[in-house]
Write a protein that binds this ligand. Structure first.
Ligand SMILES: NC(=O)c1ccc[n+]([C@@H]2O[C@H](COP(=O)([O-])OP(=O)(O)OC[C@H]3O[C@@H](n4cnc5c(N)ncnc54)[C@H](OP(=O)(O)O)[C@@H]3O)[C@@H](O)[C@H]2O)c1
Length: 435
């Protein structure tokens, strides 16, 4: 605890988020200071380019191009790492933690790549690391898992964690346009990056899923150990089928834990989610997370998952927690001690499945498909035929009874080998989540 009358904040990175934090901290300063009983001073900031025009006015004497100088400045009590990436951001974070400082970060990639090292450095040197803005922007999901739901074990967490994918799927559904057209528009409007792969292939969601799985279960699941599939292959045929049968298609992170044997499974894939679920109605750039605790039941969180203002809201909430820690010794509940959780084998990851196949429109095809699925021990629940855009072809959409990942992958492999199947079938999961 300290008798400091002023807390000095250093901001490494004055880009989208850094400028938002600067702006909103300045405008909320009086109210925050009266709540906290201490003065908040934006002491120094670092940027790469001193000449760049910024939306916030920062006196030149308080700007540097050296983020390490900010992170290690003895006068700075709280360091905000808002640079991004995993190299310089790691150096800055570790340098500050090794001096026992408190670091606030919005950097999911850093946490995912170096989480154990960062938490170990914080523990070893008496520093603290706050990371509310790293998952789901303005939604306080880290605090909910860490504190509000501390009495619970989490059998199931699932969520829409990438606003770009949700925006694309929502507009495809609403406007009946194809993926390439909506993606191009999303780029033009600034909702998708020039290189969209991190978002649409599911890796951004996987980074966030890794952080949530760690908080909920204490285990770091690397993204390479997850099942990760993106949204690029979704077509209007899938969205029509989903809507007609009472589903929306959402890119979900799904984290399941079987407490009977401790097994954990983390996956990211487009999912047919029943419209009766709250998250099926979370649209556009919004994020949503459903957390099922064994004590509380289901709780659901919805809000803006990215952008300057939503992310700044989360960073400032961490800064306030850091001030309470410095002033009153209010340490947050510790992050879990790292545990080893066995990953569930594919045969124990169960569910119903959706398959879309383009097939030759000729006699005997249905029988061949039924035989291939039966060989893989997957039972078909429904099959509908739709016209295909290809000449001489038809589109078949199958749903299965409950099966498992191992069997459905064997089914897809068998179907792909059939001469009458014109390309690899699209496989989607049906999200019959309890809770
Ligand atoms: N943007 C969002 O909506 C959002 C949402 C959630 C989390 N986040 C996370 O927040 C973090 C920051 O994102 P952002 O969108 O604010 O990034 P950004 O706009 O690219 O800002 C990065 C800042 O870091 C500075 N910087 C970069 N490389 C540097 C170097 N080598 N030396 C010194 N300074 C350097 C840049 O300086 P210049 O300004 O001079 O170029 C800039 O001020 C990332 O970890 C991101 O994943 C962002």
């Amino acid at each position: 605890m300290s008798q400091l009358s002023t807390i000095n904040i250093g901001i490494c990175g004055l880009g989208t988020v850094g400028q938002g934090v600067w702006k909103h901290l300045e405008s909320a300063r009086a109210s925050l200071e009266s709540k906290l009983g201490v003065k908040l001073h934006l002491h120094r900031a670092s940027v790469r380019d001193l000449k760049k025009k910024r939306a916030v006015r920062v006196p030149a004497t308080r700007l540097t191009t050296d983020p390490l100088a900010v992170a290690t400045d003895p006068a700075v009590h709280i360091v905000c790492e808002l640079i991004g990436g995993t190299t310089l951001a790691r150096e800055v974070t570790l340098a500050a933690l090794r001096l026992g400082k408190t670091v606030v970060s919005a950097n999911k990639a850093l946490l995912c790549a170096h989480g154990p090292e960062i938490f170990a450095a914080a523990r070893a040197h008496g520093g603290h690391f706050f990371f509310e803005a790293s998952v789901a922007g303005g939604i306080p999901i880290i605090k909910a898992l860490r504190e509000g739901l501390v009495a619970n074990r989490f059998g199931l967490i699932y969520g829409i964690l990438n606003g770009t994918c949700n925006y694309i799927l929502t507009r495809m559904e609403r406007e009946g346009l194809g993926y390439p057209a909506i993606l191009a528009d999303a780029k033009r409007l600034g909702y998708a990056e020039a290189d969209e792969s991190l978002d649409v292939e599911g890796w951004d969601t996987a980074h966030k899923a890794s952080i949530l799985a760690y908080l909920a279960h204490g285990a770091w699941v690397p993204t390479r150990a997850m099942l990760v599939e993106g949204i690029a292959a979704i077509t209007q045929a899938d969205l029509h089928f989903a809507r007609e049968h009472g589903y929306a298609i959402k890119l979900l992170a799904v984290i399941t834990r079987d407490f009977a044997n401790g097994e954990l499974f983390v996956r990211v894939h487009p999912t047919l989610l029943p419209l009766t679920k709250v998250l099926a109605n979370v649209n556009d750039v919004q994020n949503g997370i459903s957390v099922n605790g064994d004590v509380v039941g289901e709780t659901v969180y919805i809000g803006r998952g990215a952008g300057q203002d939503a992310t700044s809201s989360a960073v400032i909430s961490d800064i306030v927690d850091a001030v309470l820690l410095l002033r009153r010794g209010n340490a947050p509940l510790p992050v879990p001690v790292r545990q080893h959780c066995p990953l569930a084998p594919l045969e124990r990851v169960r569910g119903r499945y959706y398959l879309r196949l383009d097939v030759k429109d000729e006699p005997g095809v249905l029988a061949k498909i039924a035989t291939a699925t039966a060989h893989a021990r997957v039972s078909i629940a429904s099959m509908v035929q739709r016209p295909s855009a290809r000449r001489g072809a038809a589109t078949l959409i199958l749903t299965t009874h409950e099966s498992n990942e191992k069997a459905i992958r064997a089914t897809v492999a068998r179907l792909t080998r059939l001469a009458c199947v014109l390309e690899k079938p699209l496989l989607l999961r049906i999200g019959d989540f309890a809770g």
